[in-house]
Design a protein around this ligand. Structure first.
Ligand code: GDP
Ligand code: IMO
Ligand code: MG
Length: 431
């Protein structure tokens, strides 16, 4: 039953899609356990570039079974569109993709509410993807949500829909009359419902049977620990638990069945949307990272904010997720910068912090303390052996290991899975 959870240990977009695709070839099941189509996971495969929003990155590997767990919020229209996108490209999806009956659905009114909240006041905006994620999770926790199982029962669905529209009318009527929203939903309902039915099942039974048969499980997180609703930079977070613990509640798998957690980190830091970001660079160096790293949001196309590697962020994430091994991505992007830096502490007034603070006031006022290192030159992407890397690049990796107290198992220096080196010979997940 070997099982691995792959999480992002910064603010998302660490390269989880690439790493899951790489490890996924040795897994039997690839399971998403939280989030929705706010995610954008890029996989470069056979020279083609795919962005997955809802489907696990393992879907590109023929024959692998893929699961969307109960912890997700699923927009039925976005789901259908994504499945058809892959099927139109001759990637067989039906028969190996399973959707939890207990996942919640995102309906158009969730997206309207998301946009209303984002536009109501500038100071209250989070910079969400406006995919309806927050409002759908609010309904789930508020016990008014509609689950996939409810969506499949037409009478029950309409009763729940009407209750929701009535409750939300004071806000929704700012967008359009609820009668019109209802019509919008009912216009496509039959088609979307019938489509969803082909995939919906009790995924806990499927997963528990697979575990009994010793199948290899790979849990794929969306977003990153700094966007976690409990441990991220609240309120500038998403509305779910991307941390490894979320795999248990979001897939219905007991903690005893999780063997390891792999953290994915970039050699620098990025963030899309608003919120504190102590090492953010509003300078030529930030622009260099942004343009060389092609840092644009895979879901919204927004320019990602860029900054130096922040060891306080990653230490915080590794502590919460129990990480001892990590994959380091985008080392190639640092090439050409000199010096390169790692943030090892924060100054707030006369105080020095060595751990990422919980207080939003401290987060907003933290000034990074850096350790500087010599930059490196040369195209890492062509190198097949870590010992052939420039000394400065190798030293930077070692310094990251030291700063975050964990071992670098994989180094990624390009988009494709071939552009990855295994540094930890005991890393079992690619064997
Ligand atoms: P995810 O959300 O964590 O899966 O990450 P995204 O796909 O949103 O963003 C990561 C981006 O970096 C994608 O465009 C990847 O193709 C790209 N990428 C991943 N690893 C590397 C790497 O080692 N080097 C470079 N240059 N690009 C990479
Ligand atoms: P992947 O899986 C980066 C950010 C949004 C916003 C905040 C809340 O590709 O790493 P939401 O729409 O979830 O309510 O927005 O979270 N965000 C992401 N940032 N990568 C993601 O996913 C993200 N998903 C949400 O930009 O700041
Ligand atoms: Mg992404």
């Amino acid at each position: 039953m070997p099982s691995l959870v792959v999480i992002g240990a910064q603010w998302g977009d660490e390269g989880k899609g690439k790493i899951v695709h790489l490890i996924g070839k040795n897994s039997d099941y690839i399971v998403r356990y939280q989030g929705g189509n706010n995610a954008g996971h890029t996989v470069v495969f056979d020279g083609k570039h795919f962005v997955l929003h809802l489907l696990p990155s393992g879907i590109l590997e023929p024959g692998k079974k893929c699961v969307l767990g109960n912890g997700l919020v699923i927009d039925p229209a976005a789901f259908k569109e994504e499945v058809e996108f892959f099927e139109n490209r001759k990637i067989k999806v039906r028969g190996r993709l399973y959707v939890s009956l207990a996942a919640h659905v995102i309906l158009p009114y969730h997206k309207y509410l998301d946009t209303l909240r984002e536009t109501a006041s500038k100071s209250g905006a989070i910079g969400t993807t406006r995919k309806g994620i927050g409002p759908a999770y609010s309904d789930k926790v508020g016990r008014t949500g509609i689950r996939v199982a409810d969506y499949l029962e037409p009478e029950l669905f309409q009763t729940l829909l009407d209750q929701n529209l009535k409750e939300k009318e004071p806000l929704l009527s700012q967008v359009k009359p609820i009668k019109q929203i209802r019509q919008e939903i009912m216009k496509d309902y039959r088609e979307l419902r019938d489509f969803m039915e082909q995939f919906a099942t009790d995924t806990t039974i499927l997963l528990s049977n697979a575990i009994k048969k010793d199948q290899r499980m790979l849990f794929e997180s969306a977003q990153g620990t700094m966007l976690d609703v409990d441990f991220g930079t609240y309120p500038y977070v998403t509305s779910s638990n991307p941390i490894a613990g979320g795999a248990c509640s979001g897939a219905g798998v007991g903690p005893r069945y999780i063997d390891e957690v792999l953290g994915v980190i970039k050699a620098y830091t990025t963030r899309v949307g608003d919120g504190p970001f102590p090492t953010e660079l509003n300078s030529a160096e930030g622009n260099y990272l942004q343009s060389k790293g092609q840092e644009f949001g895979a879901t919204t196309g927004r320019r990602r904010r860029c900054g130096w590697f922040d060891a306080l962020v990653v230490k915080h994430a590794f502590r919460i997720n129990g990480i001892k091994r990590f994959a380091l991505t985008k080392l190639d992007v640092l090439e050409g910068l000199d010096p390169i830096r790692i943030c090892v502490g924060y100054k707030v007034g006369s105080k020095t912090l060595s751990n990422f603070p919980v207080s939003r006031t401290l987060q907003a006022n933290s000034v990074p303390i850096y350790k500087n290192f010599r930059g490196f030159k040369g195209n890492l992407r062509e190198l097949k052996d870590f010992s052939a890397f420039p000394l400065e690049a190798r030293r930077f990796v070692k310094e990251i290991e030291k700063a975050v107290d964990a071992k670098c198992a994989l180094v990624s220096m390009g988009k494709s899975r071939e552009e990855t080196l295994i540094l930890d010979k005991d890393f079992p997940w690619l064997q």
